[in-house]
Design a protein around this ligand. Sequence first.
Ligand code: AHR
Length: 497
Amino acid sequence: ASAQTKVTLNADEGKHLISRHLYGHFAEHLGRCIYDGFYVGENNTKIPNKNGVRLDVVDALKKMKIPNLRWPGGCFADTYHWKDGIGPKAKRPKIVNTWWGGVTEDNSFGTHDFLNMCELLGTEPYLSGNVGSGTVQELSEWVQYVNFEKDSPMSNLRQQNGRVKPWNVRYWGVANEAWGCGGNMTADYYANLYKQYSTFMNTQVGKEKIYRIASGASDNDYNWTETLMKNIPGKLMEAVALHHYSVLSWGEGQKSSATQFSDQEYFKTMQQALLMDELIEKHSAVMDKYDPEKKIALIVDEWGGWYNVEPGTNPGFLYQQNTMRDAVLAGATLNIFHKHCERVRMANLAQAVNVLQAVILTKGDKMLLTPTYHVLEMYNVHQDATMLPVTVKSEDYTLDNQKLPAVSVSASRDKAGKVHVSLVNIDPSKPQEISVDLKGLKASGLTGRILTSANVRDHNTFENLTKVKPAAFNGAKLSGDKLTVNLPPVSVVVLEL
Ligand code: AHR
């Protein structure tokens, strides 16, 4: 029998926007994300590209409506010296990518390549600055190089390298994981460094103010957030970050297979994913103490499922497959971000192509869209829409005497007045019958799309690109102010009213 979940949708209580930037992505110099993912080289005649950037990837990301892209790391960012990646490619120095596989990095993809690619994608760049092994001068010069219009040493250098107009990059990270790969710093030490670096970052970007993002806490390190909020004045910091991965254990090879996971491993992954709600609530509560007006945003600039690498691939490359587990993980996480959209105003799924919970995988000239891609594409109707609060009394999904809410829901009203409701059932075997009370909404029409598959381990392969793909959904009925939805096991549905 179907389980029963009760939802109230408060269509008359919408106050806050779901920033499109909650749908952001991340591209690090890691494994095959940049090289052999986004960038296949200018001289590649087999894979259609513009200035070396794969056009199939660009098209797919544009369709998904990618709002921003974080680069060049991650851990790599705190080893990266941006001047290595400008000027004639043949003259660029080679470095070693010490965090990711110890491979040689020839710097053929640098600042111009990335920022021009963002223009091609129609997405806003988010540059992650080097604090761990860089200097204050180096970061302030990078800001001048990409953003300053008039005569200056760095804007002149940019022009010599072929770019006349500045790119006007608004989003800047000041270090990454400063508590770990970014320099193993204490929160106090980093807060001081942050103040020093951010002081010298020119605060105007065209007509707008620069947006500086402090390297944030890992998971439940509330003391980190507290120390930054207490010590850094609001005039120097526009946002503080948070990283949370859904991982079973950090030991090498001890995570779970990306495709051959057990029921228990599936449950634990979902437990980790849903923890995002509590983490955001508690970090926000700390921020509320120092910033009750919510001027400073919380930015989850790394999130997603992290599993063992695919057998036979370089452990330093973090290449993993992507199943329906990832689809429901993404849907449930985005529902959590929507709920907290007043404080959480940007998020970046790790990572866009060929790394961790990727939306795209490539192999030679082939490209596949993962189940996660489809969820982000289906959900993009929520971008910049007004969040409509929902209350959910969900049935439990139980395993070995443990339980999680089976259903998660979020809703929004877009600028044209259309209401979208996204629903996720994480239970791998039980369908859910959901009754939704529509408060303050007179709906006249109903359409929907669903992503589901018979098994939670189902995924797309280069041999079968469309095993998991969205379909029209006809499991919902509207009668007056009541909506009834039948959600199959492991499914993600987006309804339009
Ligand atoms: O996304 C992979 C890595 O995870 C990033 O480089 C780092 O910031 C995090 O630990």
